[in-house]
Design a protein around this ligand. Structure first.
Ligand code: PLP
Length: 381
């Protein structure tokens, strides 16, 4: 059976490795294996002496313990290590749902968080809980979530901090979401790939895994920890029978995770808080640079400063961000991404703040805008 086109990944496949100045990445600045081992105080020889056999399907026990340690209440038995973070979305849709079940998803969202569920339960059974843009930034309305529930609802899918808007709920709204899931006996699938990236002035919220037995949490090392090339992700699943169901599906996708990645992931988790702080420092500095940029271009953009995460969704006052994207990449080597790829519209762009080269890339974009003063002419301001 066909599945919807994964627009975001097709977009990056087209541009990521041939466009020098990137402004729309969702990951944070990465590092070499050498630097990671050094920071984690792990010897290179220990790494190179690892053997290359199959690994345990649920994940290496030391790695599962290291992951469990990052939560308040999660035993290592509840952790499933994934061969890639995105695999966790596929496995969840497969292990928990049947055609005809209803699922509530956020919109816009990272494509897989909508498309995979539509694929399994049917497009008409996926209900969208939409973000609204307000003067205070992006918002979700709890009453709209309540209205989307039906006796057929099996799962609510959330992602906080949110890609692309940079939204994070207050602790009170988070509690309300948990209460709705529990009272209606539906699973709360919580994508926490950007966990801990909370900006100054925003209240940190706990992992859903520490709040509710109805929560299934996806996280990993790609974003907050700046290690997307390890392809290490994990699920926290609070139910033995479900874990068995998940592992059964995992036998069809990856069987087990790559041993070298498991070793390096265990090293990374020794210093998880340091890696997170490093990403936060980079984002904070890039956000200040972005503040200045958007102050310079008030007729071009409506700047919704993110509360958390590594991305923001910004209104760009042009007819088509996709058309500008193609021109900008060809003429200046600068990459921006239309919100359309993420289920928003072609008048928004996603911007990413995690990379060290952000300032240089934004400078190139600024130069291009200066050279092309007419791009917002006759547009709605
Ligand atoms: C919200 C969200 N979930 C999951 C993923 C998948 O992570 P990975 O690309 O490391 O598999 C991404 C990647 O962009 C994401 O933004």
């Amino acid at each position: 059976m066909k599945i919807a086109r994964f627009e975001t990944e097709h977009f990056f496949a087209q541009y990521e490795f041939n466009t020098p100045y990137q402004l729309c990445n969702s990951d944070c600045e990465t590092m070499s294996i050498e630097t990671l081992l050094e920071l984690a105080d792990v010897s290179v020889t220990d790494f190179t002496q690892q053997t290359l056999g199959y690994t345990e399907s649920q994940g290496n026990p030391d790695l599962r313990q290291s992951i469990a340690n990052t939560y308040q209440t999660c035993p290592p038995e509840n952790v499933i290590v994934l061969a890639t973070p995105v695999e966790g979305i596929y496995l969840t849709a497969r292990a928990l749902l049947n055609p005809g079940d209803e699922v509530i998803v956020l919109s816009p969202a990272y494509d897989a968080l909508i498309n995979m569920f539509e694929h399994v339960v049917g497009n008409e059974n996926v209900k969208k809980w939409n973000f609204h843009s307000s003067d205070d930034g992006w918002e979700l309305k709890i009453e709209e979530l309540t209205q989307l529930l039906s006796p057929k609802t099996k799962m609510i899918v959330v992602n906080f901090p949110h890609n692309p808007t940079g939204y994070i709920p207050s602790p009170q709204i988070q509690q309300e979401i948990v209460a709705i899931a529990e009272q209606n006996n539906v699973w709360l699938f919580s994508d926490e790939m950007y966990f801990g990236l909370t900006h100054e002035g925003t209240t940190q919220i706990p992992s859903m895994a520490d709040l509710s037995p109805k929560a299934i949490v996806l996280s990993g090392l790609s974003k907050t920890y700046g290690l997307p090339g390890l392809r290490t992700g994990w699920l926290v699943v609070p139910d033995d029978q479900l874990i068995d169901e998940y592992i059964n599906w995992k036998f069809y996708t990856s069987i087990c995770s790559p041993g070298p990645s498991e070793f390096l992931a265990t090293a990374a988790l020794k210093i998880w808080n340091e890696l997170r702080q490093r990403s936060l420092t980079q984002i904070s500095s890039n956000l200040q640079i972005a503040d200045e940029f958007f102050r310079r271009w008030p007729n071009h953009f409506t700047w919704n400063r993110p509360l958390a995460g590594s991305t923001a969704l910004v209104r760009f006052h042009v007819n088509s961000v996709s058309q500008i994207t193609a021109r900008l990449a060809a003429e200046a080597g600068v990459l921006i991404q239309s919100g359309k790829t993420l289920g928003s519209d072609d008048q928004h762009m996603r911007i990413g703040f995690g990379r060290a080269a952000f300032s240089t890339a934004l400078g190139k974009f600024d130069d291009w805008l200066t050279d092309n003063p007419k791009i917002v002419e006759n547009q709605k301001q």
